[in-house]
Design a protein around this ligand. Structure first.
Ligand code: 5AD
Ligand code: SF4
Length: 445
């Protein structure tokens, strides 16, 4: 009998990418074919994001596109991920072509939902929790990269920032057992991976049920013990995102200083540079607390690069409060920032506030902040000219077929001329040119 083929289209964050890899592995283990082609697959699943309205709208656009493309030969279509978790059965009403809805903790049970439909049920819904003993095995062929592996260490979020939907879509924080994480890193290493990224909404809130796997490592927090344990596996490169400022302990910086393979990059979202706005966002820290975290990072022995997220136009954000954010950005000299216009999310506390900032004002603030940051990055990136950096060669550059691309330990993109046999290797490059988002280098013998 011919195998059923499944195609998963992924929107949003790294956690969704990791969930897709896990779902695909489970599909393959359950006798399905996993394919990369939405035009022929028997089953098309959308792994969705709901962090901002625009991400959510993309789902309905894509459903329409697939329906047009596949008219007369429509696949079984389903929605998984954050939109599925939040909207549940309402998706069946919005988009009658959808027959399967699976929440953020149902990735291991998707094949069961498909079987129910094959057995005659019209629709299948699963918004349940992860089950005890579910496996996290991801087969190397399903990984998004052959060289960089995502390793989830904590799922969900307990912070309830007032603008954010994630605590609702992904539920409460659940930390994965450390011994299981370490086994996965060992496996990735034996499969030839050169880098892992420990991922989670707030990695430094990591709090496993037991100390097994990290007990023998020193560290002021379970996360810094985990970092040391993971570094001791000998995996060539280890990165981690996202960190939460309130729980960012100086010991994380100490661990980066101690272990060569813990990469020199911290992503620490600040969201705003004004104390009243931070309070209204319920972030749990003040600007001065954030600056003290930054100081510990900047005082490290290693030069650690620093990136952040900023929301502009939070309801009631006044222009002088936005000016405080500009000042903070100027002061912190980030290596990169992600700027987001505030997007109202249903049922969050901020959605009850009057969104007094006009779209025009949001755009003006966005552009002003972007301009400031581009000036900072121009300066930061050009400081690399003439310096030697080590780069993990991850792929062919989008710009030209003979160019390769990869990241430095501080997570900067570097493009260079080279041939495909360098893929998956860590090479030394001398930087010859700098743009605002990437560097260009030449191989050093
Ligand atoms: N509107 C705009 N940006 C948001 N983010 C989270 N929720 C919202 C929202 N409602 C941003 C935050 C977070 C990043 C992943 O997305 O900056 O750090
Ligand atoms: Fe959302 Fe705040 Fe949790 Fe980040 S820490 S996922 S912004 S609630």
């Amino acid at each position: 009998m011919e195998k059923t083929s499944v195609y998963i289209e992924t929107f949003g964050c790294q956690m969704n990418t990791a969930d897709t890899e896990r779902a695909e592995s489970k599909f393959r283990a359950s006798g399905y074919d996993v394919v990369n082609d939405s035009t022929t697959a028997d089953v098309v699943l959308f792994n969705t994001c709901s962090v901002r309205a625009r991400a959510e709208q993309k789902l309905y656009t894509r459903i329409g596109e697939i329906r047009r493309l596949r008219a007369g030969n429509e696949p079984l279509m389903g929605v998984m991920g954050c939109v599925a978790q939040l909207e549940g059965a309402a998706i069946f009403d919005h988009a009658p072509a959808i027959r399967l809805v699976a929440g953020t903790r149902a990735t291991d049970r998707l094949h069961k939902l498909i079987e129910r439909i094959k057995n005659g049920e019209r629709r299948a819904l699963d918004l349940g929790e992860r089950q005890e003993g579910e496996v996290w095995d991801v087969s190397p062929v399903e990984r998004h990269s052959r060289y960089v592996g995502f390793v989830p260490i904590i799922e969900g979020c307990n912070k309830f920032c007032t603008y954010c939907i994630v605590p609702f879509s992904r539920g409460r924080e659940r930390s994965r057992d450390a011994d299981e994480i370490i086994s996965e890193v060992h496996r990735l290493k034996s499969e030839g991976f050169q880098e892992i990224q420990l991922i989670g909404q707030n990695v430094n809130s990591y709090r496993p049920k037991s100390d097994i796997g990290i007990a023998e490592f020193k560290g002021a927090t379970p996360f810094s013990r985990l970092l040391r344990a993971v570094a001791s596996t000998g995996m060539p490169r280890i990165k981690f995102t996202t960190s939460f400022p309130r729980d960012f302990h100086a010991d994380i910086v100490a661990a980066i200083d101690e272990y060569e393979n813990l990469c020199n990059w911290v992503h620490l979202p600040v969201q705003s540079g004004n104390d009243r706005v931070l309070r209204a966002m319920r972030r749990g820290y003040k600007v001065s607390d954030y600056l003290s975290r930054i100081a510990s990072i900047k005082n490290a022995r290693q030069k650690i690069s620093l990136t952040t997220d900023i929301i502009i136009g939070f309801p009631s954000e006044e222009s002088k409060e936005f000016e405080d954010t500009m000042r903070l950005v100027e002061q912190c000299q980030f290596d990169g920032i992600y700027i987001f216009k505030y997007s109202e999310r249903k049922a969050t506390p901020a959605s009850r506030l009057v969104d007094g900032v006009t779209e025009g004002e949001k755009t003006a603030r966005f552009l002003a902040l972007e301009k400031l940051q581009m000036e900072i990055q121009k300066k930061k990136y050009s400081e690399y000219i003439g310096r030697e950096v080590k780069v993990l060669v991850e792929g062919e550059s989008a710009k030209s077929a003979i160019d390769l691309t990869g990241h430095t330990t501080c997570h900067k993109v570097v493009n260079f001329r080279g041939t495909a046999e360098l893929l998956g290797k860590i090479v030394k490059l001398k930087i010859s040119e700098a743009k605002v988002h990437s560097l260009y280098g030449e191989l050093v013998a």
